[in-house]
Design a protein around this ligand. Structure first.
Ligand code: ATP
Ligand code: MG
Length: 604
């Protein structure tokens, strides 16, 4: 097995916090600049070899198999891009959407709808190939009966706890169940009565007769069916026993004539069982290939944990913009292009690793930089009155919509005597290197004029600065002084009488630790929730054009970041904005500062 150079002693937690170093890992290697053909990842290599050798008649049929027990997250996006991408890369290739719905107690129809919406939004199309494992329940039952007839399966009366005892351990072999040698007739009779609903939940199982001494515990007579009197979202009350995932998955792949069944690494130990069922039933046999699941820093990626956050109301729902779910990312303002690009960039490997969440954010920044129109918005307003600008008058200035996209054109923005600027852009006792506004200093107002602060008005009681009195230089329209005078800082602004008041929500990582599972003794991942992951600003002043912005539309607020109109809480004419991502990776800056101060301390 190949290993990356940076594996930590614990093989399961290889962390490549630095994307540059991560890219140097052989499994993430970029194509050789001299060689224009991109290198294949190991799954593509396997498929290419199968095509060369004529296995599966040169076909590529994959599937994405979600269990409808929660919503999709960014980890699933990796699997979706991989499966649909592999099919699209081959002539005649197809990818099915198959719901693995074998556990009726946790599955719900609304998850099915939401999953379909997410896959479609990511840009993939399963056409008419929408399948459900539950569609195969009759066929699976027939196969189970065949296995009983062939002496390959038996009904077992051990309780769950007894079965665990009999199973043995990784070091010790298991023991045969006392029910292992029931006759075929007795097994057939009991199995059909299990189906009829004669026995209570948990009282009996159907088990494959393989080998209780196998070094692979998955082959120690695994359960094929369990009794479960539960209503199924598709089959209703037809069944009161359900096939186990392992007995369902490979056979579903087989029925659908999947060629390459791609799943995550934890199923590697299940592959011998996957193969055993298909060989024993002597049916069409796809090839299972395992790849490493995606883990991200500051993120939990398990549906169970995400559901817990939803149920405990730590977030507003599955689509809370801080959630790593596809619907959360969508509401946050992520584009499908940026998610697909991220999945392409991280590649596919055989090693579990944790990707720095900034890699995801950077692919979003790259996309939005190209596409998002620029606007001006002031999040924490400070009022400015321009004393030499005539009262009651105004003018329009021309602003560039997107410097990265010349076709985006320009727009007119109103200017007047009263403006808002960002509180942060003013400092009363400013150090020399503060290039923004301070008493007696001059700055450039973006797309407008030079502005000089001449007086500061404070609240009598609190001493807080509440208003700046300024003057402007009418000769500097457009941002340049005819006398060649220079200013170092340019700040954004909004005309006060034209400003549009809105709520803006600032998001940060949902967890405060890179690995949320690293919790203090006796506590779980929730101990690491970031208490400042959401900040709501209620009195933001936005450029007037934003009042009619459509839900879901994305903008760059100049100097602040990328924002989008919330699709849930916005009202017509009253949009609420989500900060999608800051312009720069502020966390990287914090880390760099920490590193620097660490080095300084060492020197001392
Ligand atoms: P979770 O552990 O989050 O509940 P799961 O594996 O149980 O995920 P499924 O609905 O069974 O969720 O997953 C559908 C497909 O997505 C499977 O093929 C699974 O291997 C893949 N998948 C799930 N999580 C990830 C991940 N983090 N990275 C890559 N692929 C994933
Ligand atoms: Mg699963």
């Amino acid at each position: 097995m190949r290993r990356g150079p940076l594996l930590s002693p614990d093989r399961d937690s290889c962390i490549f916090p630095n994307p540059v170093i991560r890219m140097m890992c052989p499994d993430h290697s970029e194509p050789d600049a001299a060689d224009s053909t991109p290198s294949l990842n190991f799954v593509q290599e396997i498929i290419a070899e199968d095509i060369r050798s004529g296995r599966f008649d040169g076909q590529v049929h994959t599937r994405f198999p979600p269990e409808p027990n929660g919503l999709l997250h960014i980890g699933h996006a990796k699997s979706i891009c991989l499966n649909f991408g592999l099919a699209a890369a081959h002539a005649g290739g197809t990818c099915n959407l198959r719901f693995d719905d074998t556990n009726p107690t946790k599955e719900e129809t609304h998850y099915v709808q939401a999953i379909k919406e997410d896959v479609r939004w990511l840009g993939f199309d399963w056409e008419d190939r929408e399948f459900y494992a539950s569609d195969y329940f009759d066929q699976l039952y027939d196969w189970a009966v065949r296995m009983i007839n062939d002496g390959n399966a038996y009904v077992c009366d051990l309780t769950g706890e007894q079965m665990r005892e009999y199973r043995g351990t990784l070091r010790e072999p298991g023991r045969d169940s006392p029910f292992r040698n029931r006759t075929v007739e007795e097994n057939l009779d009991l199995f059909s009565r299990m189906k009829k609903g004669e026995f209570p939940d948990g009282s009996r199982t159907l088990r494959a007769k393989i080998d209780m001494a196998s070094p692979n515990v998955n082959l120690r007579d695994p359960v094929m069916y369990r009794i479960l009197h539960a209503h199924h979202h598709r089959t209703g009350d037809t069944w009161c026993m359900y096939p186990m995932y392992d007995f369902t998955h490979g056979q579903s792949d087989s029925i659908e004539r999947i060629t390459h069944s791609i799943c995550t690494l934890e199923f590697e130990n299940h592959r011998p069982l996957y193969d055993w069922y298909l060989d024993t039933l002597n049916i069409y046999h796809p090839r299972q290939i395992e790849f490493a699941r995606l883990n991200l820093t500051y993120t939990v990626m398990s549906k169970r944990k995400l559901l817990q956050l939803v149920n405990d109301q730590d977030v507003s729902g599955w689509d809370d913009p801080r959630m790593p779910t596809i619907c959360g990312l969508r509401r946050r303002g992520y584009t499908p292009e940026s998610i697909r690009e991220f999945c392409r960039e991280i590649g596919v490997s055989k090693f579990n690793s944790t990707i720095d969440v900034t890699v995801l954010e950077n692919s979003l920044r790259t996309d939005l930089n190209r596409t998002a129109p620029r606007v001006m918005a002031v999040l924490r307003p400070l009022k400015v009155v321009i004393e030499n600008y005539p009262e009651g008058e105004g003018e329009e200035l021309e602003a560039i919509n997107n410097p990265e996209d010349p076709t985006a054109g320009t727009r007119k923005i109103p200017f007047s005597r009263e403006l808002y600027i960002e509180q942060d852009d003013f400092m009363e006792d400013a150090p020399k290197k503060f290039f923004r506004l301070a008493p007696g200093r001059e700055v450039r107002l973006r797309y407008a004029f030079f502005l000089k602060c001449v007086d500061v008005i404070k609240d009598d009681k609190t001493g807080q600065v509440v208003e700046l009195r300024c003057t402007y230089d009418p000769e500097t329209r457009g941002g340049h002084a005819p006398d060649g005078r220079k200013v170092k800082g340019t700040i954004h602004w909004v005309s006060a009488p034209h400003a549009y008041n809105a709520e803006v929500r600032l998001y940060d990582h949902l967890f405060a630790k890179p690995n949320p599972d690293e919790a203090p003794e006796g506590q779980d991942f929730k101990a690491n929730l970031n208490p400042s992951s959401l900040e709501v600003l209620g009195d933001c002043k936005l450029e007037s054009s934003l009042a009619t912005a459509a839900p879901g539309s994305r903008f760059q607020f100049e100097r602040l970041g990328y924002f989008c109109v919330d699709t849930v809480d916005s009202k017509p004419g009253n949009p609420v904005f989500n900060r999608t991502v800051t312009l720069r990776d502020t966390w990287a800056k914090v880390r760099k500062q920490e590193e620097r101060s660490g080095k300084k301390k060492k020197k001392k």
